[in-house]
Design a protein around this ligand. Structure first.
Ligand code: ADP
Ligand code: TRP
Length: 325
């Protein structure tokens, strides 16, 4: 049997997940568990750089874990844990800091942007890429699927790993970024990129009334019932496409291209499609919420599984840098 590649990915527990997160990140990630040795974790230490409300971070973490399990991430098919439960992440970060130049970190966008906005970045934000490098190379990951915005962090990771290998001898695998150019940006209610920061998102686990309100507020053009419409420049259609079966989509396209379609009817259909699409996941989530102990047990087992892999790397690293005497 050929060895499966190790794919690793981290998600910050930064709030409620929306449909853009689902199709742009979570669904592809969950699919990786079928075809790779998937390592997937909640980057709660990274979230400390933007959240300074303890109960909020703890809630976000538990909520996010519950969402992922409900949406199909299977801890028997992958390794799934919370970053802070595996202390080797922070231990390796410190060691890597000593082979990381200031210049490399000063060139990072997130840090430069904060500085440009006149804010004083703290050391956590400055060192963010070093922690991210540690997350990845601790597990000798081959591939890290990320969005365009994380590309620079992968380059930094490769630099840091290379610098350690150069100084102390071959130790770390240099990971490849897996950037899927075909992944579409999911539009929000106003037609811009769906994002929790733009207040234009449809959350995955939303109440039905709220879902109705949101879908009904999707912005469409002013073409009347008897005018022909343009499916390729319509956020309503772009969202419909994500949920409809191929024949349903073909039929809707046809209705766009002929007189007679009322946007409100397409919206009503979209509400039902979204609601039904997530129905099994909603049920699973409701079950999970009743059993927080089970969730904690799953995460404890995940941290143990991840910790064993991490410890193999760390034993080698400690010996190489001279911490074992
Ligand atoms: P937000 O913009 O809501 O803050 P994040 O930046 O936390 O979302 O994104 C988490 C993940 O979800 C990233 O991998 C990102 O690429 C993906 N994602 C977020 N919004 C969208 C979108 N509108 N379309 C496609 N993918 C998205
Ligand atoms: N920085 C990533 C983001 O904001 C999250 C992250 C932390 C991550 N560590 C990682 C992603 C390791 C991939 C691999 O989306």
């Amino acid at each position: 049997m050929t060895k499966k590649i190790r794919v690793l990915t981290g998600i910050q527990p930064s709030g409620k997940l929306h449909i853009g997160n689902y199709f742009g990140a979570m669904k592809p990630m969950i699919e990786w568990q079928e075809k790779s040795d998937l390592f997937c974790f909640f980057a709660n230490l990274h979230a400390l750089t933007s959240i300074s409300d303890g109960p909020l971070l703890a809630d976000n973490t538990l909520d996010g874990i519950t969402d992922f399990l409900a949406l199909g991430l299977d801890p028997d098919k992958c390794t799934f844990w919370v970053q802070s439960d595996v202390s080797q992440h922070t231990e390796l970060t410190w060691i890597l800091s000593n082979v990381t130049s200031m210049g490399l970190l000063e060139r990072c966008h997130a840090f430069k942007e904060k500085q440009a906005r006149g804010l004083t970045p703290n050391h956590g934000l400055f060192a963010y890429p070093v922690l991210m490098a540690a997350d990845i190379i601790l597990y000798q990951a081959n591939l890290v699927p990320v969005g365009q915005d994380q590309k620079q962090h992968l380059e930094v990771t490769r630099d840091i790993a290379g610098s350690f290998n150069h100084t102390f001898g071959q130790t770390f695998v240099l990971p490849d970024p897996g950037i899927d150019e075909n992944l579409a940006t999911i539009p929000g209610l106003d037609g811009q990129k769906m994002s929790k920061s733009y207040n234009n998102a449809i959350d995955i686990f939303v109440e039905k009334d709220e879902l109705k309100k949101k879908v009904m507020s999707i912005v469409t053009d002013t073409r009347g019932v008897n005018e022909i419409k343009d499916p390729d420049n319509c956020s309503l259609y772009a969202l419909y496409r994500l949920f409809a079966a191929p024949d349903q989509l073909a039929e809707m396209r046809d209705r766009y291209l002929k007189p007679g379609l009322k946007y409100v009817d397409a919206k009503k259909e979209l509400i039902e499609l979204i609601w039904n699409y997530f129905a099994p996941h909603r049920e699973k989530r409701a079950e999970l919420v009743k059993r927080p102990d089970t969730i904690h047990d799953i995460m404890k087992a995940g941290a143990e599984k991840a910790g064993q892999v991490a410890e193999i790397t760390m034993t080698d690293v400690r010996r190489k840098v001279g911490l074992i005497y």
